[in-house]
Design a protein around this ligand. Structure first.
Ligand SMILES: [Zn+2]
Length: 139
């Protein structure tokens, strides 16, 4: 299958995601860089270019995830699969604190949060500033 993602497929991915990174929930509308359409199951492992295998991802989440599907849970050191926006509910694995920190509540959440650096300084600062504007957390 071709890796080309049609404009109409990109539009469907963006709409389904509510224009948010499906990993860290960063809103595209606040960012200059265009978010990536991520193959949840990587193309290098025969992941198809279909709506069911695509997710909207901010540039940092996309580049840090790359072709990975597993990472170590920092609490146990055990490799677990990463958060899958097509299989998992975000709120079952993550929440936000008042201070803009992402809190991971499961092994999948912890492994994903560490691998994707979901509490990097810049993104926590962006969350705090968006919260002041009443634009964070997303609905
Ligand atoms: Zn992200």
């Amino acid at each position: 299958m071709s890796g080309h993602i049609s404009t109409s497929l990109v539009r469907q991915v963006v709409e389904r995601a509510g224009n948010l990174c499906e990993y860290c929930q960063l809103p595209q509308a606040t960012q200059e860089a265009t978010f990536h359409v991520d193959h949840v199951h990587p193309r290098s492992q025969d992941g198809p270019t279909t709506l069911e295998n695509l997710a909207l991802a901010c540039v940092t989440c996309s580049l840090k995830k790359a072709a990975r599907t597993y990472a170590a849970d920092p609490e146990t050191g055990t490799d677990v699969r990463l958060f899958n926006p097509r299989l998992d509910r975000w709120g079952d694995h993550f929440a936000f604190s008042e201070s803009g920190q992402l809190i991971a509540s499961t092994a999948i959440g912890r492994a994903t949060a560490v691998l994707l650096a979901m509490n990097r300084d810049a993104i926590v600062l962006i969350r705090r500033e968006l919260a002041i504007l009443g634009r964070f957390p997303p609905p």
